[in-house]
Design a protein around this ligand. Structure first.
Ligand code: GDP
Length: 198
């Protein structure tokens, strides 16, 4: 799936202009700076597919990527939780995301990225609440595992498992990743590939 091409094909900042639904779609969400662009680049084997080192919070569009020549659509969602973004903008993009999540019948799963060092913060919990409410299936992906020691990783995994245990739309398995060491990237690819065969 990820051996072939991965190409950007669409950016939407309004619901009215979302590309038509075709095939399976997956989406990546997370706080600004969680390592989302880096992970998408590691996943697709492309160096600059999703822009890294952009001004946090600036990318307020849903960016659509074609993976494997029509096999899968990957959606890079705007990072949330960046304090310097004005309230009006936050409201506009929260609405875009909610509308997208509610209306996207071909959306197979949202991968919610959580920084291993910080764990699930209140703003992440709000996003998970929204996904649970909209009954959109999601899976937690811990990022930057290289920044933690082994015992810290175990503690983070335990705490995260506990935090999602009662969440109805959460997939129970957590994927631990680092785009610096490529840790967990194979597992993430396998998780995505399994979705396509369901
Ligand atoms: P985004 O805002 O979520 O798209 O995050 P980026 O991918 O732009 O990364 C944000 C910051 O985290 C950058 O300084 C990256 O170098 C750093 N970063 C990204 N991935 C990793 C990782 O796996 N490990 C570590 N230690 N840092 C990372």
């Amino acid at each position: 799936l990820f051996a072939g091409s991965a190409d950007f094909f669409y950016a939407a900042d309004k619901l009215a202009i979302l590309p038509p639904m075709r095939g399976h779609e997956i989406a990546f969400a997370g706080r600004s700076n969680v390592g989302k662009s880096s992970l998408i680049n590691a996943l697709t084997g492309r160096n600059a597919l999703a822009r890294t080192s952009h001004t946090p919070g600036r990318t307020q569009q849903l960016n659509f990527f074609d993976i494997g020549g029509g096999k899968l659509v990957l959606v890079d969602m705007p990072g949330y939780g960046y304090a310097a973004v004005e309230k009006a903008k936050v409201a506009a993009w929260t609405e875009l995301i909610h509308d997208y999540l509610r209306g996207r019948a071909n959306l197979a799963r949202v991968y919610v990225l959580i920084d291993s060092r910080h764990g699930i913060k209140p703003i992440d919990a709000e996003v998970l609440d929204g996904l649970d409410k909209a009954a959109v299936s999601y899976q937690i992906v811990l990022t930057k595992s290289d920044a933690l020691k082994k015992h810290e990783i175990e503690a983070r995994l335990d705490a995260t498992r506990t935090a999602i245990a009662r969440r109805p739309a959460a997939y129970p398995e957590i994927i631990l990743t680092s785009s610096r060491t490529d840790d967990g990237v194979t597992e993430l690819r396998a998780s995505i590939a399994r979705l396509l065969s369901e």
